[in-house]
Design a protein around this ligand. Structure first.
Ligand SMILES: Cc1cc2nc3c(=O)[nH]c(=O)nc-3n(C[C@H](O)[C@H](O)[C@H](O)COP(=O)(O)O)c2cc1C
Length: 209
């Protein structure tokens, strides 16, 4: 599908067809495509919890304003944004560093610079949160577009109680939970509401210098 069509055709789908499954292969494909999203220092501070079983869906729905699409959609992802994902010693930071060395982006004696840079960019509570959420948001958008491109529909949700979700799924404190994303197929026995307005070019551009 042409990129602009993918953008236009992605909609937040309220009604999923519970009889149309999403295979593990399809889910793996869209997660792998979304993983191509960019991230600060390439640290990719996102993970997901895959909610598929009836029991897990019910637990999640109870923490998410009883949004029934969580039951109807074959799968819902709990998006996790890792606020520690920039700190030296974190496995993904070390993997990123090793990759930068392997590819010749960095030399071993630049390690101090790398660590100090991350500390300066992300080393307060507010900055760690912003780091985690902005990168997880890029991943989430990529995931919804990858789903559309693969013939699947999705629905992002922030209407949930993060502490209830944390408790129900035993999510460690280093993860902020920005979003749930339901994935499946639109239930064509229901009505798809018309697309809502979007800002015009002039409303998006705040200033030009
Ligand atoms: C961060 C975010 C949180 C959202 N949370 C909810 C939600 O909890 N429940 C819901 O019904 N829709 C939710 N939505 C869907 C939006 O209402 C929807 O994307 C928007 O109205 C535009 O419609 P469209 O996605 O069909 O173009 C959310 C969307 C985003 C991006």
């Amino acid at each position: 599908m042409d990129f602009t069509d993918t953008m236009r055709q992605r909609r937040a789908i309220n009604f999923f067809d519970p009889d149309k499954p999403v295979s593990d292969e399809e889910l793996k494909g869209i997660i792998e495509t979304a993983s191509l999203a960019p991230s600060g220092l390439n640290l990719q501070p996102w993970q997901v919890i895959v909610v598929r079983s009836q029991e897990a869906k019910e637990k999640l729905m109870a923490a998410a304003s009883r949004q029934t699409k969580i039951i109807e959609a074959p799968v819902t992802l709990i998006i996790l944004a890792d606020m520690n994902g920039w700190k030296a010693g974190h496995p993904m930071v070390e993997k990123t560093w090793a990759n930068l060395l392997d590819l010749g982006y960095m030399k071993p004696d630049q390690r101090g610079w790398f660590e100090k840079g991350a500390q300066k960019l992300y080393g307060t509570q507010e900055k760690s949160l912003a780091f985690a959420v902005k990168n997880a948001a890029f991943f989430s958008m990529a995931l919804m577009l990858a789903a559309k491109d693969a013939g699947l529909d999705s629905h992002p949700m922030d209407g949930f109680d993060p502490e209830a979700v944390r408790k129900a799924f035993d999510i460690p404190e280093n993860f902020f939970i920005p979003l749930l994303i339901a994935i499946g197929h639109f239930n064509d026995r229901s009505m798809l509401m018309p697309p809502k307005w979007r800002k015009s070019y002039g409303e998006v551009v705040h200033a030009t210098f």
